[in-house]
Design a protein around this ligand. Structure first.
Ligand code: 13P
Length: 257
């Protein structure tokens, strides 16, 4: 069985002090559910403080981006190498970075390789916008994004990647994909593409999250779906009680042995 993974993408929110306050408050509420992998992804400047606060606590830390080069003349960027020891996960190719910071399928692929080379687990984001959704090109577009992101990755590398299906029209809008729609794209399109690329073993093991207006009210029905293994949570991950409830509800669907 694939272990469920709930990751909070805080985006450009919370100072280092606020981030530490959050993880101190949330950790007793979520670490009692070891059957759920819980991840927080603060802004870069909060990573050292959060990593320190969670040193002996089983909540993982993720970065929200990384550069593909080891080091060099890339003002304002942070390399995957620099994240070693601070983060276990890194979000790559979030739609906000593709939309506002000109990330391309090619840069996503390079970042994915850099993250893997430095022992980080990439959470690679894919998803169509509203116009593509309404034009009926979701499947072809999302499948193409998956293929481009995984170009050149071996099966051994691919199986360790987490994929987040985040339809852009559902992000921050309060309009989430229905569980059935989200499950169809996660399963038929995303997992189906991985099956074509790598075969059954990788496709059946790789973890696929849904993201877009998830909250404590809808997480249960989303996580009950066969092909949804977790959630990449934006706004709802900023509130201790809401995020903790999402972990608790998910844990209830994955009882411990
Ligand atoms: P919301 O949960 O705020 O819609 O954001 C989703 C998201 O973009 C997570 O990466």
């Amino acid at each position: 069985m694939r272990k469920p993974i709930l990751a909070g993408n805080w985006k450009m929110n919370k100072t280092p002090a606020e981030a530490v306050e959050f993880v101190r408050a949330v950790s007793p509420l979520v670490t009692c559910y070891p059957q759920v992998e819980t991840v927080v992804c603060p802004p870069f400047v909060a990573l050292p403080a959060v990593a320190e606060a969670l040193r002996d606590i089983p909540i993982a830390v993720g970065a929200q981006n990384c550069h593909w080069a080891e080091s060099g003349a890339y003002t304002g960027e942070v390399s995957a190498a620099m994240l070693e020891g601070l983060a276990q996960y890194v979000i790559i190719g979030h739609s906000e970075r593709r939309q506002y910071f000109a990330e391309t399928d090619e840069s996503v692929n390079k970042k994915l390789k850099a993250a893997l080379a430095h022992g980080l687990v990439p959470i690679v984001c894919v998803g169509e916008d509203l116009a593509q959704n309404e034009a009926g090109v979701t499947d072809a577009f999302v499948s193409g994004q998956v293929r481009a992101a995984f170009a050149g990755l071996s099966a051994e590398q691919a199986v360790g990647v987490v994929i987040a299906y985040e339809p852009i029209w559902a992000i921050g809008t309060g309009r989430n994909a229905t569980p059935e729609v989200a499950n169809r794209v996660c399963g038929h399109v995303v997992r189906g593409t991985i099956r074509q690329l790598y075969g059954d073993a990788v496709a059946d093991a790789i973890r696929i999250q849904y993201g877009g207006s998830t909250n404590d009210k809808n997480i249960g029905e989303l996580m009950a779906m066969t092909d949804i293994d977790g959630a990449l949570i934006g706004g709802a991950s900023l509130k201790v009680d809401v995020f903790a409830t999402m972990v608790r509800v998910t844990a209830g669907l994955y009882p411990q042995d």
